[in-house]
Design a protein around this ligand. Structure first.
Ligand code: IFM
Length: 438
């Protein structure tokens, strides 16, 4: 990680920061609908204004540059760049051209995610990810983005965290579109991954920048040595980690999912698994925490929080060893594993500005310990090429609204003032020292 080519960046996503929900021809997304539905988000918070990044992107890119990052991971909002008839919206596209111009001016590499959960509502009205056709519409969108932004990206990411889109959105209902049937989650995952495979080919038809998919993964540990807890943990690992990754790199869905969800079936057609398994230039990994798993007494599992361990504002356990162990596990499990970028890692804390400073010592420790875990995995031979902190700034944390603060930079949502937190200043020092040593 101290080598020259290793990329250090910060990450965001469109709906979480942009705001300007009705500007310049943007059409509604499933998150506009979901967050406007009473009871779905903390205090009814929405992304209508968020960090107003749509109007403040110049300041935000300047902040990124000042902190010393050489890369920025952001997402393109599909509802901003295409209308309901699939026609391109030039005013929405112009925003991303302006953003890319600013990044270029500061010498910051642009890493664009095509889908960070904001499906256009008009596609949801036709079944969304439960409709196979959405995978083809996603490929059309990817084709247009590859053509328009050819030569401007350092890297492309098709999907962000298909587990969350599929399972949290369609099986648990805590995310848009808010459906609650385990069978829907399994169908949605298949169409998402099919869309990813088709989009990868579509991007490559125009652009040479590396293409990858971003998966969230979670360390899982059995609560006891009992056979029941160990089997439950295998099932938890299958759903939390291996579900998309086995499909991408082994050409099949993990067997324990059949025991976990016996009534759910992926709608696989001939050729789908080959399309999903298109070789990737890199895999994006998002890691945050560990879960301790016990059997639920039937064919499922429950999470048993360990008492007395360090946790974040989300209640997530701080467990850097799990990060190293997962990276090592993936290298063993997937002979076709491409190089890895850590596309998200970070923590939420209840931060406040005091006399112009934000003292978030826990976050600085979190970054240190997790970077050390990545470094340890690299020393054991895992090919990691970059690390993106989540997030550049506090933002709309989905159903948790604005209560949870993941930013390196504090955002006052009343005034939109940005204040780099102590952890951002520590990151800046680290990046300066690294540059000086290079
Ligand atoms: O804020 C989210 C992000 O959108 C996806 N990965 C996890 C982050 C923290 O919950």
């Amino acid at each position: 990680m101290h080598g020259r080519g290793f990329v250090f960046g910060a990450a965001t996503a469109a709906y979480q920061i942009e705001g300007a929900a009705h500007a310049d021809g943007r059409v509604p997304s499933i998150w506009d609908t979901f967050s406007a539905t009473p009871g779905k988000t903390h205090l009814g918070n929405t992304g209508d204004v968020a960090c107003d990044h749509y109007h403040r992107y110049e300041q935000d890119v300047a902040l990124l540059a000042d902190l010393g990052f050489d890369a920025y991971r952001f997402s393109i909002a599909w509802p901003r760049v295409m209308d309901a008839n699939g026609r391109l919206n030039q005013r929405g596209i112009a925003f991303y051209q302006r953003l890319l111009d600013r990044l270029d001016a500061h010498g910051i590499g642009a890493w664009a995610t095509l889908y960070h959960w904001d499906l256009p509502q008009h596609l949801q009205d036709r079944g969304g990810w439960l409709n196979r056709d959405t995978a083809y519409r996603f490929a059309d969108y990817a084709e247009a983005m590859g053509r328009i932004f050819k030569g401007r990206m350092a890297g492309w990411m098709t999907l962000n965290e298909p587990f969350c889109s599929a399972y949290i959105g369609h099986s648990e209902g805590r995310h848009a579109p808010g459906l609650t049937d385990v069978r829907y989650g399994v169908e949605a995952m298949h169409h998402l991954l099919l869309g990813h495979g088709l989009a990868t080919i579509a991007l490559r038809a125009h652009d040479e920048a590396p293409v990858g998919l971003v998966a969230n993964v979670c360390a899982v540990t059995p609560a006891s040595d009992s056979a029941a807890d160990r089997i439950a943990t295998e099932r938890a690992a299958a759903s939390a980690n291996h579900w998309p990754l086995d499909a991408l790199f082994l050409g099949r869905y993990p067997a324990p999912l059949r025991d976990l969800w016996p009534d759910a079936h992926a709608p696989v057609r001939d050729g789908d698994m080959a399309a999903i398994g298109v070789p990737l230039d890199f895999l994006g990994i998002n890691y945050y925490f560990r879960q301790v798993i016990a059997s639920d007494g039937a064919h499922g599992f429950v999470v048993k929080p360990l008492p007395g361990v360090e946790r974040t504002q989300m209640g997530w356990e701080v467990y850097p060893d799990g990060f190293r162990d997962l990276l090592l596990e993936f290298r063993q499990r997937y002979p076709k594993l491409p190089p890895i970028y850590i596309t998200e890692n970070g923590m939420a804390s209840d931060d406040a500005v005091q006399a112009g400073r934000v003292h978030d010592a826990q976050r600085a420790r979190y970054f240190n310990s997790h970077l050390a875990a990545v470094d340890a995995a690299m020393r054991h031979g895992v090919d990691v090429r970059g690390y993106f902190a989540w997030s550049l700034m506090d933002n709309f944390e989905w159903s948790y609204g604005y209560e949870k603060r993941f930013g390196l930079v504090h955002v006052d949502y009343r005034t939109q003032a940005r204040t780099p937190k102590d952890s951002a200043l520590a990151f800046k020092q680290f990046l300066e020292a690294r540059r000086a040593a290079a």
